[in-house]
Write a protein that binds this ligand. Structure first.
Ligand SMILES: CC(C)(COP(=O)(O)OP(=O)(O)OC[C@H]1O[C@@H](n2cnc3c(N)ncnc32)[C@H](O)[C@@H]1OP(=O)(O)O)[C@@H](O)C(=O)NCCC(=O)NCCS
Length: 177
C-alpha cells in the first residue's frame, strides 16, 4: 500500500525533511549537491510512502521565466526520484500527476531540467523539450546557458509559448536550471 502526501516545505516534519534528502542522495547516487537540495525547498513536496518508508519525492517551486516579453509565473519541478527498487511501477507517474495538478491550478507554465535517463518519462507525460535558446537572468545580465539547451522540458499551461523562442530563468545559487 502506498500513500501520496502533498505538503509545503514549511509543514515538513524535520525527520521527513531528512528522509527526503536521504532518498534523493540515494536516487542521484550521491551527486545531489546542497544547492540541488536547496532548490527543492520553499514550495510543495509530493511524498510517496510505502508504510513507514519514503520511496518517492517530487517538489514544485515557483520561479519566473522571461519569455515573449513576459515574466511568467512558473511552477518548476525539482527533485523527482523513486527508490531504485520501486521503479517502473507507476510511482514516478503518480508523483508527477500530483505536481502537474498543482501546477495547472497555480502557474502559467511548468518547467524542469531533465536528466538524460528521464526524458522518455517526461515526454510520455506530455512535457515538451524547449527548442529555443535557454539563458539565465544573472546579476550581470542575461547569460546564455547553451549546456542546458535541449534538456529543459515544459508543460504548456495557460501562457502563450513560442517553443522556438528564448526562455530565460531567474537567478539562484548552484545550477540555474
Ligand atoms: C525517472 C523516475 C522518477 C521514473 O520513476 P518510475 O516510478 O520508474 O516511473 P513510472 O513507473 O511511473 O514510469 C512511467 C512511464 O515512464 C516511462 N519511463 C519511466 N522510466 C523510464 C526509463 N528509465 N526509460 C524509458 N522510459 C521510462 C515509461 O513509459 C513508463 O511506463 P511503463 O513502465 O509502463 O513503460 C525514476 O526512474 C528515477 O527516480 N530515476 C532517477 C532519478 C532521475 O533521473 N530523476 C529525474 C530527475 S529530472
Amino acid at each position: 500500500m502506498t500513500e501520496l502526501v502533498l505538503t509545503h516545505t514549511g509543514q515538513l516534519d524535520p525527520a521527513v525533511r531528512a528522509a527526503a534528502r536521504e532518498l534523493l542522495d540515494q536516487v542521484f547516487d550521491g551527486e545531489l549537491t546542497d544547492d540541488d537540495w536547496e532548490h527543492c525547498l520553499g514550495g510543495m513536496h509530493a511524498l510517496l510512502w510505502e508504510g513507514a518508508e519514503l520511496i518517492g519525492h517530487a517538489a514544485l517551486i515557483q520561479r519566473r521565466m522571461l519569455h515573449n516579453g513576459r515574466a511568467l509565473r512558473t511552477g518548476y519541478v525539482e527533485g523527482v526520484g523513486v527508490r531504485a527498487s520501486a521503479r517502473r511501477r507507476g510511482h514516478g507517474a503518480a508523483l508527477m500527476a500530483a505536481v502537474e495538478r498543482l501546477a495547472r491550478n497555480a502557474y502559467e507554465l511548468a518547467a524542469l531540467g531533465s536528466t538524460e535517463e528521464a526524458t522518455a518519462f517526461y515526454a510520455g507525460r506530455g512535457w515538451r523539450p524547449w527548442l529555443g535558446p535557454t539563458s539565465a537572468l544573472t546579476p550581470a545580465g542575461i547569460v546564455r546557458t547553451e549546456e542546458e539547451d535541449g534538456g529543459i522540458y515544459v508543460l504548456p499551461l495557460s501562457a502563450e509559448l513560442d517553443i522556438q523562442g528564448e526562455l530565460v530563468c531567474d537567478w539562484r545559487d548552484g545550477d540555474a536550471w
